[in-house]
Design a protein around this ligand. Structure first.
Ligand code: SAM
Length: 266
């Protein structure tokens, strides 16, 4: 994979570090130092690229920018409770569970679970998304209101299939495995809602193109069932279940739902 890395002059030393880390993870970058990165600049350079400025590391495409921005989630986090968030009810956050979020993405779901008291291991295999997560974790660790929560989050760069298999082989158990694999772009029943897909998802879909071979992650469910008494799968509200297995419980939201699979022997 090859991407341009746009950086401002002040960020040049950090940009060189980033380049080395990306290379170690198989991503080649061409560093371009520029005076200013603003909306006009981004519109003039619409191709998918990395951006490093005073706000940290971003992905940019089609004039839009995207980063996990965990600090920007604070308003939502402060409104969240064990009761009013379906994901919290599904994952039983009031019990301060240990959770593997095997498909971290931007880490927003994992962040919410950790904020509500869970110990969360976030697994992300894409090297660019993983770098964005590391940057978000570092920035949030230095924020007074998020520092505690960051201590409950561990980041793992890798393939969840391998991680879950290793857990199974070594007899490791967690309370919950949470899965939110990619869903094909045209797969929503409601085309109007599809048109409103958030800019984050539009950029994510450019990074993880749906070229007919998208990994839908169905193999993760049976693996997860070996290591957690509770597996929660996030799906678009009207999407089919991840596999033929029937969930024992569903929590229904406006746009998405959470399917619960419980293993009483664990
Ligand atoms: C829909 S996004 C998850 C969004 C996430 N729940 C959030 O709150 O931002 C799915 C992510 O899972 C990652 N992923 C999918 N399958 C994976 C696997 N087998 N191992 C590791 N990461 C995986 C993808 O790279 C993508 O970033």
């Amino acid at each position: 994979m090859h991407l341009t890395l746009w950086a401002t002059h002040e960020q040049q030393p950090h940009a060189l570090d980033c380049q080395t880390q990306f290379l170690q993870r198989g991503v080649e970058t061409t560093l371009q130092i520029v005076d200013k990165i603003n909306p006009k600049f981004l519109r003039q350079h619409p191709e998918l690229a990395l951006v490093l400025d005073h706000k940290g590391l971003h992905l940019a495409a089609a004039g839009m920018q995207m980063q996990p921005d965990w600090i920007g989630q604070l308003a939502r986090l402060k409104r969240a409770s064990h009761k009013n968030e379906l994901i919290a009810r599904a994952c039983q956050t009031e019990q301060q569970p240990t959770i593997i979020d095997a498909t971290a993405g931007l880490g927003h779901d994992g962040l919410l679970l950790a904020w509500l008291g869970a110990r969360v291991t976030l697994i992300e295999r894409h090297p660019v998304l993983f770098a964005l997560l590391q940057d978000a974790h570092l920035a949030a660790s230095q924020h007074a209101e998020l520092a505690d929560t960051m201590q409950r989050i561990q980041l793992v760069h890798g393939e969840a299939r391998d991680y879950l298999t290793q857990c199974q082989q070594s007899g490791s158990r967690v309370d919950v495995v949470y899965l939110d694999p990619m869903f094909p772009k045209g797969g929503h029943k409601d085309q109007k809602k599809q048109a409103l897909v958030k800019k984050e998802m539009q950029i994510l879909h450019q990074l993880l193109p749906d070229n007919g071979t998208m990994d839908l992650g169905e193999y993760l469910l049976p693996l997860a069932q070996h290591i957690a008494g509770r597996v929660i799968v996030k799906r678009p509200r009207h999407a089919p279940t991840l596999t033929a297995a029937i969930p024992q419980h569903q929590w229904l939201g406006d746009a998405c739902r959470f399917d619960g699979y419980f293993q009483s022997r664990l």
